[in-house]
Design a binder for this molecule. Structure first.
Ligand SMILES: [Zn+2]
Length: 85
């Protein structure tokens, strides 16, 4: 038995109450659990986004770096060949 402020009118209502006695709003104490639910969803989305960013970053890194190295290595190889002649 604990009291929470109603999400609609702020009236102190029991967490197990189905309706607020002050304004009649249904599940007056649901706001807390909804915030916790939103926080959980936010954390899950954050983890998914971070893992996607990490995987995407790793994929781009492992795909682009060899290509960039080839681009950088080619002119240098030509330069050394030209310098030897
Ligand atoms: Zn209320």
């Amino acid at each position: 038995m604990s009291l929470e402020p109603c999400r609609a009118c702020g009236h102190q209502v029991d967490t197990s109450a189905l309706a607020c006695p002050g304004c009649g709003a249904t599940d007056p104490a649901k706001r807390i659990s909804r915030q916790q639910h939103n926080a959980r969803v936010f954390v899950i989305q954050l983890i998914v986004c971070l893992s996607l960013l990490g995987f995407g970053g790793w994929y781009v890194w492992s795909t682009l770096v060899p290509v960039i190295k080839q681009f950088i290595a080619k002119p240098q190889a030509e330069q050394t060949q030209a310098g030897q002649q």
